[in-house]
Design a protein around this ligand. Sequence first.
Ligand SMILES: Nc1nc2c(ncn2[C@@H]2O[C@H](COP(=O)(O)OP(=O)(O)OP(=O)(O)O)[C@@H](O)[C@H]2O)c(=O)[nH]1
Ligand SMILES: [Mg+2]
Length: 514
Amino acid sequence: MALRSSREERKQNLIKNEYLDNPEKGMELISSLISMSKTKETMVQLLSKLDKIIRYDFINICSMENLPNEAEMYEKLKKAFDNVEDLTEFNALANKNIIAIGGGFSAGKSQFLNSILKDNILPTDTTPTTSIPSYITYGQEEIIYALNSFNLKVPINREAVKAISHDFNKKYNVSFSHIIKKLVIETSRFPYKNISFLDTPGYSKADALNRADNTDEKIAKEYLSSADYIIWLVDVSKGTIPDSDIKFIKDLKFQRPIFVVFNKADLKTSEQIKNVLEDAKRRFEEEGIMAEEVIAYNSLASKDNEIGGNKLQNFLEKINSRIKCTTVKQEFDKIFEVFEIYNHNEMIKAKEKLKLLNEIAVNIDLLEQDKHVEFRKLIEECQKKIKKQKRILAEFQSLSDRVNEIIGKIISNLNVVEENKEDRGIFGVAGLRDEKVLSDLKEDMKISGKISKMNAFGLYIECGFGEQVMIFIDDIKEKYSNNVEELFYVGKEVDVQIVEIDRVKKAIKVVVNL
Ligand SMILES: Nc1nc2c(ncn2[C@@H]2O[C@H](COP(=O)(O)OP(=O)(O)OP(=O)(O)O)[C@@H](O)[C@H]2O)c(=O)[nH]1
Ligand SMILES: [Mg+2]
């Protein structure tokens, strides 16, 4: 027995094993085995965990107390979840400023993009052509895929991009806007690393083939309004900007100025173009539409496409100079904060009430004997309410911690840059003449606000208590030196928390979180 085992040992020793012979290799194996024990969660697992938290845990907490706008909040959470899912699906679009190209059909939107890319990748035609929103962005190598209605990414090639147009619909009588949600084209020819263009279907086409709920107009509106910037194309050969364009743009209620391009400038004389541009600028002013620039352009020219200027290139370079941070984490934070604010304020109210009752309790003997029990009941109810609010807040805290952890993992797995909320608080002040309003406010109270006005002195936030909170321009510039216009615009919702109440000066100091 002993003889056999020593023979086997000798035989074993003769077999070379790199992990045994080379200590470095051996250590590598050990460390890889150790790291294997901590299995990395896949994106699918993380998304499914997040989905469960929203569907079950969130609903459970809601059932503890009737919270205001519960249903609306649930919808917002689902939308925030969709955005996370989109981020994982379309990693190439993360941290990109989306510039959507809008306009009537055949204005030359696709040709315009081809002229910027110097590549005829998008299909163009005199008949309605683009039927699916198409993102074009930078990629190390050319990758094109279509996202179908089952949320599957289907790889396709250039020929297929050309085929999936309205013509294809006509030929096979299949409406692709029902089967394919969007196209993504990653190409190394794309000149701007921090931008993604979005080609949209012309809004003005009669949709014989599309169902009423999915018209080109609806698709165009949805995609244009969720973009970061809009370039609006008008066919200059048809004269000035059509009334229908004006109406469509106004309906979009877009927050930023739009960049307007009068395309097909080769079809008009320079005098005619000058008149059209002047007329359009006047119209925009009359209609209250903010236009970044209004230019003339020839999409068919091989160079010097913009007539007499470089405004388009400057605009694109300005946008390209900064990356767009993702905000998925913040979207969740914002939703949870509404709940937190409500419960936090309920707790403050209950605590104040308890304090008052305890003060009265010192003189309980002044009350008639039969009212003592009732009074104690009031105190007990108040204590119970505080306990309940504490429990709800703790549950919320745990839920939002878990959500943050999952999203943190997703963000780091994807290697995307997320906006850092901590860096964003800024102080503001408001004078409050109304005694009643002043007495209702408590320190630490959280309120939702909306930017209502901006001028040379600063910006103003409407918080629902009459006077507006003001943030001084110098403070803004000091903190957000180069991206003020990115972060602040009229209509933007912000969180406001009261830091200090000066009841003598009748003023409050707040911290505003963007
Ligand atoms: N002369 C001239 N023709 C142009 C110019 N730009 C586009 N076109 C032509 O106009 C037609 C429509 O162009 P598209 O790029 O398909 O227009 P679109 O706005 O994308 O149209 P839809 O996708 O159908 O909404 C095509 O025949 C283009 O060749 C231009 O600057 N000058
Ligand atoms: Mg097109």
